[in-house]
Design a protein around this ligand. Structure first.
Ligand SMILES: Cc1cc2nc3c(=O)[nH]c(=O)nc-3n(C[C@H](O)[C@H](O)[C@H](O)COP(=O)(O)OP(=O)(O)OC[C@H]3O[C@@H](n4cnc5c(N)ncnc54)[C@H](O)[C@@H]3O)c2cc1C
Length: 539
């Protein structure tokens, strides 16, 4: 697989240069929060490829996990996280998350996020695989929207933060393994060299690699591919979380029906109306997500249906409506009444556990390049993410990144001699919309919820047929996004083929057991070294 260092030819010295202290790429929770924190002492430019409000974060429903209740303890949160992570979490990273999470949540509240209250106290709910009530939420089921609202108001008004929306980061500009900034395309097509003392990649996940996903269109894995081209180490690419319950109804998008609905008592039924989770796990509907998702697929196959039902009709309708206003209204828009109807659902790609490997202070293996949020691999999630840990992870590790950036010496390189000429002249194919769809279908069929060596090998061959894109002249956002998706898809499928066991978000039908003896380790990728291995520190 020959992936070039840059997607386009350029000479940094010929580009307009814009200088700042800290560059933040992305406007989800990780980008907005780190930008606000950095702006206390530094000038920040925050770039986002659509509007500031569009991101995975905006759609987060269930909430944010933190130990708030006196009945709970970091010890329990730690246990639950490690159990979900299936032997591949970094125990140190998990300790950091559970101990620093409550402070992080307080900080979010100080920045204006209004979490729901019950009798004057923070309302806490429980989600799958959490042993205690520790999920804070906002407007019932619009937690992400509330966080983005509060943080974007702060970021938009801050004199030290300049927001570049509808701008696209094509690549990072590096010299001798040091990140000097980013090559950015402005909305009018002009390219600039945005230069900074530190760059924080907060570009989110890659749900769009799959035909069925809960993620919005911006989640194309750009940051993972960009970091890979820049030489950063990636980790755990094979672990993808499929959410068990996305709405599956003609004409409707794969809208997420939050785990919290099951937390509040909803049960799953196959199309014959039978409740089935007792056949699969003692925690029933609140079993870990991968188990619930695969159980649903087994039931769909056994009954010859493409859906199962989520049933919360036995709960108090008023409570359901007030607890889940967004889900209630959205379903109603398609003629489905959550309080009276069983809701048709099916699994969909939801969350990327792996990503750009970072230290406990968010440093990647490229100097001055940090990664935060879903694009990063902190080690918190291991092979499977515990529900609602991702929003807390972004805050906790975001705070640590800002501490570390404060200690960075000033940059001495200007980067103005960096240039890249690959002599690429062949135009990109005109049928990129179809190619993107083909890639998404290949990923569902070959590298989805259930994988086999044969299917993965076929998938890799199908993907590799399109590798010519890496030696073609790419000029548009659609072309760069496709190249990024193809990069992520290939790395994911190759890691999944190599990992001959089943664990967390990676299930191999031909190796259905977990093998700690052989596979208590991570698969890494680095552009000039290929696939590497690293022992897990989950003890
Ligand atoms: C439907 C849904 C529900 C969820 N519910 C929960 C929940 O209840 N609790 C929980 O903890 N987690 C939840 N998650 C997961 C969680 O929302 C995400 O993991 C988290 O919000 C990621 O935040 P982020 O800041 O890392 O990335 P995002 O919020 O995805 O933001 C990424 C940003 O990067 C920008 N970007 C990407 N590439 C480029 C580029 N090349 N140039 C410029 N900008 C770029 C995007 O435009 C976007 O602004 C949910 C996810 C989804 C999709």
């Amino acid at each position: 697989m020959v992936i070039p260092q840059y997607l386009v030819d350029f000479e940094a010295g010929q580009l307009p240069v814009v200088d700042t202290d800290v560059i933040v790429i992305g406007s989800g929770i990780a980008g907005l929060f780190t930008a606000i924190k950095a702006s206390e002492k530094e000038r920040v430019i925050l770039i986002t490829k659509k509007s500031m409000l569009e991101s995975n974060t905006r759609y987060a429903q269930g909430g944010i996990a933190a130990v708030i209740s006196e009945e709970d303890s970091p010890v329990y949160h730690r246990q639950d996280t490690l159990l979900a992570g299936a032997g591949l979490c970094s125990s140190e990273a998990v300790d950091i998350l559970v101990n620093e999470g409550p402070e992080g949540v307080k900080e979010l509240m100080m920045l204006g996020t209004a979490f729901d209250l019950e009798n004057g106290e923070l309302a806490l709910t429980k989600e799958g695989a959490h042993s205690h009530r520790r999920i804070l939420h906002a407007h019932g089921d619009a937690t992400g929207y509330e966080i983005v609202r509060a943080l974007s108001e702060q970021a938009g008004a801050h004199p030290n933060i300049e927001v570049w929306d509808n701008h696209y980061v094509i690549d990072l500009i590096t010299e001798e393994n040091e990140c000097l900034g980013a090559l950015v395309q402005r909305p009018d097509g002009q390219r600039v060299f945005l230069r900074g003392n530190a760059t924080i990649l907060c570009s989110g996940g890659a749900g769009q690699l799959y035909r069925y996903t809960t993620n919005p269109e911006v989640a194309t894995g750009d940051g993972v591919a960009i970091a890979y081209r820049a030489g950063a180490i990636l980790r755990d690419m094979e672990f993808i979380q499929f959410h068990p319950t996305s709405l599956c109804y003609p004409g409707a998008p794969r809208f997420l029906i939050s785990e919290a609905v099951r937390g509040e008592g909803a049960v799953l039924r196959n199309i014959k109306g039978e409740r089935f989770m007792s056949k699969y796990h003692e925690l029933l509907e609140l079993a870990p997500r991968d188990i619930v998702a695969r159980a649903i697929v087994s039931e769909m196959e056994a009954t010859g249906a493409s859906i199962v039902y989520l049933d919360i009709t036995h709960e108090d309708p008023e409570k359901v409506r007030s607890r889940f206003p967004t889900i209630y209204e959205t379903c109603l828009g398609y003629g489905l009444d959550l309080t009276a109807d069983w809701i048709p659902v099916a699994p969909a790609a939801h969350y990327m556990m792996g990503g750009v490997r970072v230290s406990h202070h968010g440093e990647t293996s490229v100097h001055r390049l940090f990664a935060c949020g879903e694009v990063s691999s902190t080690g918190v999630h291991g092979a499977n993410r515990l529900a609602s840990n991702s929003l807390s992870e972004a805050i906790v590790f975001g705070r640590r990144i800002i501490q570390r950036i404060g200690e960075l010496p000033p940059r001495t390189r200007t980067g103005e001699t960096v240039a890249y000429h690959d002599g690429r002249l062949a135009p990109a194919p005109s049928s990129l919309v179809e190619r993107r769809l083909d890639l998404q279908k290949t990923m569902v069929r070959r590298a989805g919820l259930r994988r086999t060596a044969e299917g993965l090998a076929k998938g890799i061959t199908e993907l590799e047929r399109h590798q010519a894109i890496f030696s073609q002249a790419l000029h548009t956002r659609e072309e760069w996004e496709y190249a990024n998706m193809l990069t992520c898809a290939l790395l994911l499928a190759k890691s999944a083929l190599a990992r001959e066991e089943s664990r967390g978000g990676h299930y191999r039908e031909d190796f259905p057991e977990r093998s700690d003896e052989k596979w208590r380790k991570h698969l890494l990728w680095q552009r000039d070294k290929g696939m590497l291995e690293e022992t897990s520190d989950d003890v």
